[in-house]
Design a protein around this ligand. Structure first.
Ligand SMILES: *[C@@H]1O[C@H](CO)[C@@H](O)[C@H](O)[C@H]1NC(C)=O
Ligand SMILES: *[C@@H]1O[C@H](CO)[C@@H](O)[C@H](O)[C@H]1NC(C)=O
Ligand SMILES: *[C@@H]1O[C@H](CO)[C@@H](O)[C@H](O)[C@H]1NC(C)=O
Ligand SMILES: *[C@@H]1O[C@H](CO)[C@@H](O)[C@H](O)[C@H]1NC(C)=O
Ligand SMILES: *[C@@H]1O[C@H](CO)[C@@H](O)[C@H](O)[C@H]1NC(C)=O
Ligand SMILES: *[C@@H]1O[C@H](CO)[C@@H](O)[C@H](O)[C@H]1NC(C)=O
Ligand SMILES: *[C@@H]1O[C@H](CO)[C@@H](O)[C@H](O)[C@H]1NC(C)=O
Ligand SMILES: *[C@@H]1O[C@H](CO)[C@@H](O)[C@H](O)[C@H]1NC(C)=O
Ligand SMILES: *[C@@H]1O[C@H](CO)[C@@H](O)[C@H](O)[C@H]1NC(C)=O
Ligand SMILES: *[C@@H]1O[C@H](CO)[C@@H](O)[C@H](O)[C@H]1NC(C)=O
Length: 711
């Protein structure tokens, strides 16, 4: 307003401007959405949306219409309540507030068919459904593993063994309405309160207006398939001045490290042999960026880290005949993004290690839920039909068995006619017959009742913390899970040590305290004193007072950044396997300029350091280790083969905004009256403005003389 008045003064016709200014103020007051909105709307602040994902041929997930979908709230707590929203209720469409234990395939399919549902807000079921809950597929990663026409076709499509029989596959369905998860019980209570006060049907007749309504806003830009959205992206990129992509491919970083340093700019000599130890680094659920992944990912990730620490502590680790590579694969849930890229780069010579350097392959899959402390050794029946491979696999099994002595893990062999479970190793087998074993806590179907769901949390793998512990106490509280995983880590470390040519495994032992702290950091709270002291300085903002989420992020058009769990993993790996070096911050952050003649063999992290005694300052320092990040982007996008059936093609749609809110709606009559009154007010004010304008000369003459004083 001030600017406008000043401009008016300069133009010399300020009275006219002033009256215009007055009406602009009036209009602004009328339209000031904000203040009016705040009185009527209550925004929901802790929700997780279901978003749209696309692959070569399909779209899956959820979306709202462009301006969001609105409906009258109806709380569905029991099966019977469904009748109201699906049939009898008189004020459709409904926004269903769905109790977590009813969030099933049956219910979702009913909602999908009904035109009376405008969206769903789901709550957590407490406790988690005891019978299990998984919206993932019964045959995960089907079609992208090793089994197919060229390799054991009789095992394809989980023929013979269904790995995730509880899986309903709903995570891979397409929904034309928004679905949100309510993550805060107090907010859920606010909604239920509003519902109880306004919406409860009395004697099965609709209650009177105003009613409590909810609006879920999650419109998605991308449609149909990755082929369509990537084509649209590239048209945007080439013709638009202001390019705006509609979808991004899912991507992140694999993390790997070797016991003996490897020249990252070179290539390993063909006779150098490497034992590979692998696990995965990602998970998912039905909802965006929600993937606690305790059993499906964290159990093996932590076990592998502890094994890496144990081996690095061995005095002769650097002089073992074979090297050992630890690798954590990213994006495996989405058709093996990370492992397929690593195999691709190894074949193309864009990785310091080649496929023919790989001596053997040990993979940890889900390992925390061992009944009778059993770990099962899965092998591939097809590659074992080759005698030389079979001999190697049998030797690995012997080594594993001998390593289990002295730990409380019982190793079990599986009938040789059973195929491998979904595993990154399958992508390596696709390229080459490498001898390998996949270790899991299940013989056939998963022990994990909550595979790729929001209930796969610390509690589901027996990491229970007594209430009343301080953060510091909880960090060091040895849970049942920590005990059991450190046994598995010892077994893994002894196995790798022997496979690498080491003899005396008596000293190889994983540290239960490390496992304890890792479980806390990776499962319960990343913002703990240990993570704070070992995290790279510029990543400290990623630490949070809640569990990390293992959802693989979307790349912002060729700009991939490590997601929080990857950053934590790198920091932990560097701490457990690296050395502190005496470098300044500058030398540490740009080692190319530094003096280290070995710099091609290492990565350097400038870490925050522990708190100084009695103060809030930290003493940062430089840590050198052999960890590396490796871009985990599906080769399909490198090759621009958006319809690939060989490589993962998953993309995530972009969106402008995602939010949710509740408010009271009046009846349609009332809305019409409000509109009419609004129009009348507008016409009157326009009339007034016109009148003031036309009579401005008369109305404002006296002010003209004392112009500047008036302001
Ligand atoms: C894409 O996903 C859908 C839904 O899961 C699946 O039916 C289809 O086979 C997938 N397409 C490809 C090429 O993998
Ligand atoms: C919910 O409200 C209760 C009581 O007001 C409070 O103690 C609790 O911390 C709140 N929970 C959350 C998650 O905000
Ligand atoms: C969400 O946050 C806003 C602003 O802080 C607050 O007014 C609103 O009440 C919150 N919503 C709920 C459901 O608590
Ligand atoms: C509901 O119906 C019962 C029986 O028909 C009647 O006694 C009661 O008054 C009704 N309640 C309301 C609020 O209309
Ligand atoms: C690492 O490999 C590169 C490329 O082969 C080579 O130029 C460099 O000298 C090697 N560095 C060391 C320290 O051996
Ligand atoms: C068995 O596998 C090895 C290594 O992959 C290969 O060199 C050999 O030719 C295979 N033998 C047969 C009979 O296929
Ligand atoms: C992390 O924890 C520290 C105390 O240890 C606290 O001061 C800080 O606010 C926390 N950060 C976040 C993001 O919660
Ligand atoms: C790892 O962390 C511990 C505890 O914070 C610290 O004492 C140790 O110096 C760190 N080691 C390295 C190599 O960073
Ligand atoms: C660390 O480096 C500085 C400067 O290069 C040197 O003065 C100091 O003595 C070194 N400290 C150790 C422990 O090597
Ligand atoms: C830390 O504070 C305590 C009590 O305030 C004091 O006794 C101790 O000497 C201090 N330590 C250091 C290193 O300043």
């Amino acid at each position: 307003m001030v600017n406008m008045a000043a401009a008016g003064e300069k133009g010399g016709s300020w009275p006219r401007w002033r009256s215009l200014g007055v009406s602009v103020i009036l209009l602004a007051a009328l339209c000031r959405g904000g203040s009016v909105e705040r009185k009527i709307y209550i925004s929901l602040n802790s929700t997780a949306p279901c978003v749209r994902l696309l692959n070569a041929t399909h779209q899956i997930g959820c979306q709202s219409s462009r301006n969001g979908d609105t409906g009258v709230i109806h709380v569905v707590e029991r099966e019977e309540d469904l009748t109201w929203v699906l049939e009898t209720g008189q004020t459709p469409p409904y926004m269903v507030l769905l109790e977590g234990n009813l969030f099933t395939k049956d219910t979702l399919l009913k909602f999908k068919e009904s035109l009376r549902i405008s969206g769903i807000a789901v709550t957590y079921s407490k406790p988690p459904p005891p019978e299990g809950f998984s919206l993932d597929l019964p045959c995960p990663n089907d079609g992208f593993g090793v089994y197919g026409d060229d390799h054991g076709a009789q095992y394809s499509h989980c023929n013979g063994t269904l790995w995730n029989p509880l899986g309903s596959g709903m995570s891979y369905e397409d929904f034309q309405f928004p679905v949100f998860l309510l993550q805060d019980e107090n907010e859920t209570e606010v909604i239920k309160q509003c519902y109880r006060e306004h919406n409860i049907p009395v004697n099965d007749t609709a209650p009177k207006y105003p009613l409590c309504a909810m609006q879920l806003i999650s419109p998605m830009h991308a449609v149909t398939s990755t082929v369509t959205c990537m084509r649209r992206n590239s048209i945007q990129m080439s013709f638009s001045i202001n390019p705006e992509a509609v979808c991004d491919y899912l991507a992140g970083f694999n993390v790997w490290s070797t016991v003996k340093p490897v020249n990252n700019s070179g290539v390993l000599a063909p006779e150098d042999q490497v034992v590979v130890s692998a696990s995965r680094l990602d998970g998912r659920s039905f909802f965006w960026n929600l993937a606690p992944a305790a059993e499906s990912t964290v159990s093996s990730l932590v076990t592998q880290l502890a094994a890496a620490e144990a081996i690095h502590k061995m005095a002769d680790a650097q002089s073992l005949p074979r090297n050992i590579m630890f690798v954590f694969f990213q994006g495996e849930v989405f058709d093996y993004i990370g492992s397929s890229r690593m195999v691709y780069d190894m074949e193309k010579g864009k990785f310091p290690i080649r496929l023919n350097n790989i001596h053997s392959f040990v993979e940890l899959s889900q390992v925390a839920l061992r009944s009778n402390s059993s770990l099962w050794m899965h092998t591939d029946p097809v590659s074992r039909s080759n005698d030389s491979v079979n001999t190697e696999v049998e030797r690995m099994i012997e080594v594993l068995k001998s390593s289990s002595k002295g730990t409380n893990v019982t190793l079990q062999e599986i009938d040789q006619s059973q195929a491998l479970p979904p595993a990154s190793f399958q992508r390596f087998l696709r390229a080459r017959n490498i001898p390998g074993v996949v270790l899991t806590d299940h013989r056939a179907a998963y022990q994990n009742k909550y595979y790729n769901s929001m209930y796969d949390t610390a509690a589901s793998i027996n990491a229970h913390y007594p209430s009343g512990l301080s953060k510091e106490e909880a960090l060091n509280y040895v849970t049942e899970a920590a005990q059991s995983l450190s046994e598995a880590a010892t077994l893994l470390a002894k196995t790798l040590y022997q496979l690498a040519g080491g003899n005396d495994t008596a000293e190889v032992r994983a540290d239960v305290e490390s496992v304890t702290r890792m479980l806390y950091g990776f499962l319960v709270m990343s913002n703990n004193s240990w993570f704070q002291s070992i995290i790279r300085s510029d990543w400290k903002g990623l630490l949070e007072d809640k569990p990390p989420q293992y959802y693989v992020t979307a790349a912002m058009v060729n700009k991939v950044t490590p997601n929080p769990p990857t950053s934590f993993l790198i920091s932990v790996l560097a701490n457990l396997t690296g050395q502190v070096v005496n470098y300044t911050k500058e030398e540490c952050q740009s080692p190319d300029k530094g003096a280290d003649p070995q710099r091609e063999f290492y990565e350097y992290l400038w870490v925050q350091g522990p708190l100084d005694a009695n103060s809030t300052t930290r003493t940062p320092f430089c840590v050198r280790s052999t960890h590396r990040s490796h871009l985990a982007q599906s080769p399909a996008f490198e090759l621009n083969e958006w319809d690939s059936t060989e490589y993962s093609t998953w993309t995530e749609s972009r969106w402008k905004e995602i939010r949710a809110r509740i408010f009271l709606v009046s009846s349609h009559e009332l809305e019409v009256i409000t509109l009419v009154v609004g129009i009348v007010v507008l016409l009157v004010s326009l009339g007034a403005t016109y009148f003031i304008n036309s009579k401005a000369d008369i109305l404002f003459t006296s002010a003209q003389d004392s112009g500047s004083v008036a302001y």
